[in-house]
Design a protein around this ligand. Sequence first.
Ligand SMILES: CC(=O)N[C@H](C=O)[C@@H](O)[C@H](O)[C@H](O)COP(=O)(O)O
Length: 217
Amino acid sequence: MNRLRGGLIVSCQAPEGHPLRDPEVIARLAECAVLGGAVGLRINSAEDVAAVRRRTDAPVIGLHKVRHGHRDVITPTLEHAAGLAAAGADMIAVDLTPETPGPGLELIEPIHALGVTVMADVSTLAEGMDAWEAGADVVGTTLSGYTARQLPTPHDPDLHLVGALAARGVRVIAEGRYRTEQQVRQAFAAGAWAVVVGGAITDPISVTRRLAAAAPR
Ligand SMILES: CC(=O)N[C@H](C=O)[C@@H](O)[C@H](O)[C@H](O)COP(=O)(O)O
């Protein structure tokens, strides 16, 4: 936990069908992130966590995405969490929105019993407070803008949720749609404990798309 505080965590993920979908490629992206100053990594699937573990000893937040309804939910079951812990994750991210098909808050205690910490991925202040009171070690704004009732997903990160959770004494990780240095600074100014950046660093397709949109053809 101490190694993450006040730092940038880089989410290195590539979905099925993405040209970077390969555990060894993900591990190399993770190594680049660490060389660039990332204090931690956020990694999807036990296979990728194990590959990353072989390349770096930086703290890893593991998650396991499962398609459910209109989106991927994050680590819905204890079995998924146990697989991630066995692969070397230090912290497990779990979906604590009402959209998870899993036991939700009841996962926190058994995940702690695996010897790892818990990041609660939430979409609202109420979900974040419930998770914090139930013993989550950190609360991430990860899912703000992605639940069915929050669609369409806004363009900018939810700095308001970061500030609201921090103001209530919650250890909050700002995550979701951070693309610029200014947004990262704003998250820390709003009280973030750490900030996660994913696609803006590790998805060359979306980075290219953004810059290509500024070209005249
Ligand atoms: C909503 C959801 O499933 N988010 C996932 C959570 O692990 C990832 O797809 C995101 O890339 C990650 O949260 C980082 O966010 P961004 O790539 O916007 O910096």
